[in-house]
Design a protein around this ligand. Structure first.
Ligand code: ATP
Ligand code: MG
Ligand code: FE
Length: 336
């Protein structure tokens, strides 16, 4: 079964063709990051306009790359939530038009469920149940993936997402946008004990997280340094910051995995590319006997293939959109 998958929730337009869930025949992607970098963050209206310019051309490109025609498409999967509403609407409307024209079903896919599914593409042996740490630009969740379409949130950030925190810190330090990858590179040469940064705990909710205090601590360091005319040790700060984020995430996902007893941990989302978090998870999983599933770097950030993969499992579970399908800026992962 061939699924044409469409993703437009943020600043990447992506169209993929995925066969039987896990075989990616094509994965065409156009990033707008350079455009938004001028403003230091995603400008929603520009994002919507860039999606509408790119989407049909990418669909053509994906079909050609996959070596299939429109007649070979059996269903259309599309990210319908969560994300920037104007951006999502472009993808949902395009997906509807294609499904309508081809006379095939449309399958709405939750974006973070898609991030989780990137692991199915990367690891042919991976099947639920497992615990997944979902860390991206807008979400930070510990999810009990009971089945392909049955999920429960075990823990979540109470404020900023981990990726958002990377991006805001990078912006203040003048490291660029999006900030996660350059912060990661900068941290390679740094002393992770150079700056003392907070690791927050949420009283009464041991699996929940908070990153706003960490963000504020780095912003204060930066402002004080400017005021005093001091120079910050940027590699040291980047390394200390990555350590603080990792120290917040890793023990909680290990605790969650221990509670379920699944013995399997996956990681998903753009921040899953972070080298410190990957290394700390490898160590913790080795020590505790959990099997760790990490997506390759090209499947960590937004892409269409992950939506096609999750779309296949949603399709098998009977999930269908009708012609009144809408987009939603927020949506609980457990509700699909
Ligand atoms: P969401 O998936 O929550 O809707 P999004 O789609 O914008 O948000 P992703 O594309 O999954 O997020 O991930 C982008 C985020 O990942 C950005 O915040 C970016 O800075 C971060 N990121 C990318 N590479 C790294 C890295 N190596 N280390 C840390 N963060 C990273
Ligand atoms: Mg992006
Ligand atoms: Fe994403």
């Amino acid at each position: 079964m061939n699924i044409l998958a469409i993703e437009s929730s943020c600043d990447e337009t992506a169209v993929a063709v995925v066969k039987d869930g896990r075989t990616v025949l094509a994965d065409a992607i156009a990033s707008q990051a350079d455009m938004h970098a001028i403003y230091g963050g995603v400008v929603p209206e520009i994002a919507s306009r860039k999606h509408i310019e790119a989407i049909a051309g990418l669909a053509d490109q994906a079909l050609t790359q996959a070596g299939v025609t429109k007649a070979d498409i059996d269903a259309v999967a599309v990210t319908y939530a969560p994300g920037l509403i104007g951006a999502l609407l472009v993808g949902v409307n395009f997906a509807k038009s294609v499904a309508y024209g081809l006379g095939v079903p449309i399958v709405p896919v939750h974006h973070v469920r898609g991030h989780i599914a990137a692991n199915y593409i990367a690891h042919p042996d991976l099947e639920p149940p497992f615990v997944c740490l979902c860390v991206s630009g807008g979400n930070t969740l510990i999810v009990d993936v009971q089945d392909y379409t049955e999920m429960k949130i075990m823990g979540a950030t109470r404020d900023d997402a981990a990726g958002e925190c990377f991006d805001k810190v990078a912006r203040v330090l003048g490291i660029g946008y999006p900030g996660g990858a350059p912060m990661d590179r900068l941290a390679q040469g740094g002393d992770d004990k150079r700056y003392e940064l907070p690791r927050a705990h949420v009283a009464g909710a041991p699996l929940d997280m908070s990153f706003s205090g960490l963000k504020t601590a780095v912003l204060n360091l930066a402002h004080n340094a400017v005021q005093r005319g001091e120079t910050l040790d940027l590699p040291g700060l980047a390394a200390s910051f990555a350590a603080a984020v990792s120290d917040t995430l890793v023990p909680r996902v290990m605790e969650a995995a221990g509670r379920t007893g699944y013995g399997k941990i996956a990681v998903a989302g753009g921040v899953a590319a972070n080298s410190r978090i990957r290394a700390d998870l490898e160590r913790a999983c080795q020590a505790s006997g959990n099997k760790l599933y990490l997506p390759p770097l090209h499947l960590c950030g937004d892409n269409g293939a992950m939506i096609g993969c999750q779309g296949y499992y949603e399709y098998l579970a009977g999930v269908r959109g009708d012609w009144s399908l809408n987009a939603y800026a927020t949506r609980n992962i457990g509700k699909g």
